[in-house]
Design a binder for this molecule. Structure first.
Ligand code: A5P
Length: 231
């Protein structure tokens, strides 16, 4: 009889992948850091080796504050050239490394720092793994004056879009824009979808990360951290 697998909370799985991501941090360099509860675990792990890195480029005000509070220097994206690695979570990831991101409203800066990096290491617990993107409401950062028009365009695709709210008013991103959360999509071709929606006037960033897909996924499972490498 095989012994049962240990049970871990989702928080423990996030901590395990956050710790495992340290293997991808290049000593002496600046690391790209994403946003979210899983990345917060990575930031805690990164603080334990902060003397071995030069600092971080952050994808949000929230991550910047957290990094600085732990004594990790933060550089602006435009102050540095190419980063060797970007480490971030995801709301969904498929078997090719295509992702949906933006549950934390930081998708625009996340895509910028990901594009600046040679390698994207995605850290997630196993609940984020999907066969097809779209079950998680797709975040789209938009210029506020375009939100109604864009909601109509998503409706024409058979989906429904709502402006994300916070404290009874539209949530305002780090870039001063709004987020549309789009339900009812089935994104069979993430590259084509990202290309199409990115061209709609008023879209700042669509939360499909197909052109900036993951190169590696560290997946937190009850059997331990699994490493998935994508071509
Ligand atoms: C932030 O805008 C997002 O892209 C996050 O990376 C994503 O929502 C995953 O967040 P959690 O690690 O909190 O699930």
């Amino acid at each position: 009889m095989t012994s049962p697998l240990p049970t871990f909370t989702q928080d423990e799985l996030k901590a395990q992948v956050g710790q495992a991501a340290l293997d991808y941090v290049v000593p002496g360099e600046i690391v790209g850091v994403g946003t979210g509860s899983t990345v917060n675990k990575f930031i805690e792990a990164l603080a334990t080796v902060k003397d071995r890195i030069k600092g971080a480029v952050s994808s949000s005000v929230a991550s910047t504050e957290r990094l600085r509070a732990l004594g990790i220097p933060v550089f602006e994206s435009h102050e540095v050239d190419v980063l060797s690695v970007y480490i971030d979570g995801a709301d969904e990831i498929d078997h090719r490394g295509f992702m949906v991101k933006g549950g934390g409203a930081a998708l625009t800066r996340e895509k910028i720092v990901a594009a600046q990096s040679r390698r994207f290491v995605c850290i997630v617990d196993a609940s984020k793994q999907v066969d097809m993107l779209g079950a998680f409401p797709l975040p789209v950062e938009v210029i506020p004056m375009a939100s109604r028009q864009l909601a109509r365009q998503f409706a024409a695709m058979g989906a429904s879009a709502q402006v994300r709210q916070k404290d009874g008013a539209p949530l305002v991103t780090d870039n001063g824009q709004h987020i549309l959360d789009v339900k009812g999509l089935k994104i069979a071709d993430p590259l084509a979808f990202e290309s199409q929606v990115s061209q709609w006037p008023g879209v700042v960033t669509v939360g499909v990360f197909a052109f900036q897909k993951a190169d590696v996924c560290l997946l937190g499972t009850p059997a331990g951290v699994q490493t998935l490498n994508f071509d």
